[in-house]
Design a protein around this ligand. Structure first.
Ligand SMILES: Cc1cc2nc3c(=O)[nH]c(=O)nc-3n(C[C@H](O)[C@H](O)[C@H](O)COP(=O)(O)OP(=O)(O)OC[C@H]3O[C@@H](n4cnc5c(N)ncnc54)[C@H](O)[C@@H]3O)c2cc1C
Length: 571
């Protein structure tokens, strides 16, 4: 085993992690910072996939209040109001910093101001973008800034377990695994930031990058941190169906529906007439996803368990001009959008729930911070398109500054060697490579898709709980492989273990929320119910049991009555 000592350890390599590294370095240039990323630096995670853009108040006719109210209403009123306010009010600073200090360029209007476009659920067109490659622009410029600051990057090194000091109460490092060499690395640091991007790939169909397997969430869970709103998982209505390909579930942006695209079932009916005759295909993401799934469950889906997106009537010229990336992507799998129906499915897109944080990104555990999709509470029951990447930038920056402050105050503390030995011991494997963890992970993802996904009910949630136990037993029965380096079998096993923990959290919260709100839909409780204006807080007790409790939503900045205006977005 190798060991490493630093002041700040950042686990993750996406937008939140890189922004945190830059801000930590600038806040405290004398501190040693290490960033460990499971995927390749600058090439992994979902920040680089961002197409639609970043929500920010820039126009004089827009206001923080409007953006704030849209965010709370979009979140079906259960957002953490302090976090949402932080998001909205600090989003402009991050844009100015990205443009003026990091060299990002966003698209411009003829008068030189930044172009802002419309995304669903917003009362003002406030989404800035760089064509449909916004994420690549952001992550490329952030990567350059990390490089010029000479921050140590550990590439393709995954976080495995958080480590504590001798009191067992303060996080003072983490155990990492170098996926190439197989070396275990014990990192001693004053504090740890988790920014591993959530667990959307828990579900069989997802556009999210597949190395994201809820690792940060599971590490925090096993360490005893508090979670919030874990039942809230967003599905995007139109993921491309490409059976057997990594492209399966890749998102076709809602601009296509906004421009007049139709959704058809296998009988070529515009089925949104059944679910939202007024807004039809322009209805909210959660409602359109749910409607598609209901058609499929009712036997009106295509042979590949999808529905059709029909944009043929928009014409080739328009499609090529407005959506060149999507046009090309469809063509690469043999579908010409201008002449063919596109087979699509709802796809697991974004995790609203996560580790509970304060406005400065501290978690309930001393020494542990979280930011980006690993953190929960900002978006409530449903995230507005454009607020995700804004969250990663805003809270990444805050986390960097907070963790630097914490590191300066506390200094480095030794890791408890006994706990470290326990964490390492399980890796002394004796088994051969079998391929079985991969199959178990796939079974888990199918189970989550069927019963923990868009349409939930008590029976399905109970089935999931049993199914998770069975998968866990089978996983535990597998010997740990002898070969640690370059062994996908081991990575799949660790992924599956972490996804199991996340699935348990989601399932336990979903069974308690006996109502439908935002992305959480219970077939047995289809109405939204004021008794559930609460957040479910969960954590693992030291004896290993999962504890869940509810806390009333704190209407600290906006009263419930104010939010229940005429423009309330239907949930
Ligand atoms: C297809 C798609 C399009 C999107 N479009 C938009 C949009 O237009 N607007 C918007 O606001 N949001 C959008 N989102 C959401 C947005 O991408 C996320 O909100 C945001 O990028 C999350 O940032 P993050 O830093 O938390 O995680 P990510 O950028 O996903 O990064 C996670 C990082 O953690 C690393 N990692 C994972 N596990 C470990 C581990 N064990 N150890 C170390 N590192 C680990 C990964 O390799 C990766 O580098 C989109 C998402 C998808 C999937």
């Amino acid at each position: 085993m190798q060991s490493l000592s630093c002041d700040i350890l950042i686990v993750g390599g996406g937008g939140a992690a890189l922004f945190a590294a830059i801000h930590a370095r600038d806040a405290a240039p004398d501190l040693d910072i290490v960033v460990a990323s499971k995927g390749l630096f600058g090439k992994s995670g979902c920040t680089r996939m961002v197409q639609g853009g970043y929500n920010v108040v820039l126009h004089p006719e827009d206001s923080f209040d409007k953006h704030y109210d849209d965010t709370l209403r979009g979140g079906s009123l259960i957002n953490n109001q302090e976090l949402a306010w932080t998001l909205v009010t600090q989003a402009p600073e991050r844009v100015f910093e990205m443009e003026n200090s990091f060299g990002c360029t966003f698209d411009r209007n003829a008068d030189g101001t930044i172009h802002q476009r419309a995304l669903a659920g917003q009362s003002f067109d406030r989404t800035i973008h760089r064509g449909d490659l916004t994420g690549i622009e952001i992550i490329s410029r952030l990567s350059e800034q990390v490089l010029v600051r000479d921050i140590e990057m550990l590439n393709e090194v995954r976080g495995i377990e958080l480590l504590f000091d001798s009191s067992g109460k303060t996080v003072v490092g983490a155990l990492l695994l170098d996926q190439h060499s197989g070396d275990l690395v014990a990192v001693e640091s004053s504090a740890v930031l988790l920014a591993t991007g959530g667990a959307a790939p828990l579900y069989r169909i997802t556009p999210a990058s597949l190395e994201k397997s809820g690792d940060g969430l599971a590490m925090a869970y096993r360490a005893g941190a508090e979670f919030v709103d874990m039942e809230m998982m967003q599905f995007h209505p139109t993921g491309l169906i490409v059976d057997g390909s990594l492209l399966n579930g890749t998102v076709l942006e809602e601009g296509l529906r906004g421009a007049g695209g139709h959704l058809l079932n296998a009988d070529h009916e515009r089925y949104m007439e059944r679910y939202d005759p007024e807004k039809m295909e322009r209805s909210t993401r959660d409602r359109v996803s749910r409607s598609g799934m209901m058609e499929i469950r009712a036997g009106r889906g295509t042979a590949s368990q999808g529905v059709y997106l029909d944009v043929r009537h928009l014409g080739k010229d328009f499609l090529l001009k407005s959506s060149p990336g999507m046009y090309e992507r469809c063509l690469s799998v043999g579908t010409d959008m201008a002449t063919d129906l596109i087979e699509v499915t709802p796809t697991a897109h974004f995790q609203m729930g996560g580790v509970r944080i304060e406005s400065d990104c501290r978690t309930s555990l001393s020494g542990l911070f979280a930011a980006g999709e690993d953190a929960g509470g900002v978006h409530g029951a449903n995230r507005l398109g454009g607020n995700g990447v804004a969250e990663s930038m805003v809270f990444g920056a805050i986390a960097g500054e907070s963790i630097a402050r914490h590191a300066k105050e506390t200094g480095r503390v030794a890791i408890d060697s006994e706990r470290l030995s326990v964490a390492c011991a399980r890796f002394e494997g004796a088994g051969e490579i079998t391929g079985t963890p991969f199959q178990l992970k796939n079974r888990l993802r199918a189970l989550a898709w069927d019963d923990l996904g868009i349409l939930r009910n008590a029976e399905g949630l109970a089935r999931t709980a049993t199914g998770l136990n069975t998968i866990e037993e089978e996983l535990n029965a597998l010997p740990m492989p002898r070969q640690r380096g370059g062994n996908p079998d081991l990575q799949e096993r660790l992924d599956a273990e972490n996804l199991l923990d996340v699935a348990r959290l989601i399932g336990a919260a979903a069974i308690l929320r006996e109502e439908s709100r935002g992305s959480h839909f219970r077939e047995d409780f289809p109405d939204t119910d004021d008794r559930f204006l609460i957040n479910f807080i969960q954590r693992r007790d030291p004896d290993g049991t999962l504890k869940s409790e509810s806390r009333p939503v704190e209407f600290s900045r906006r009263a419930l009555e104010t939010l229940r205006g005429e423009t309330l977005i239907p949930v």
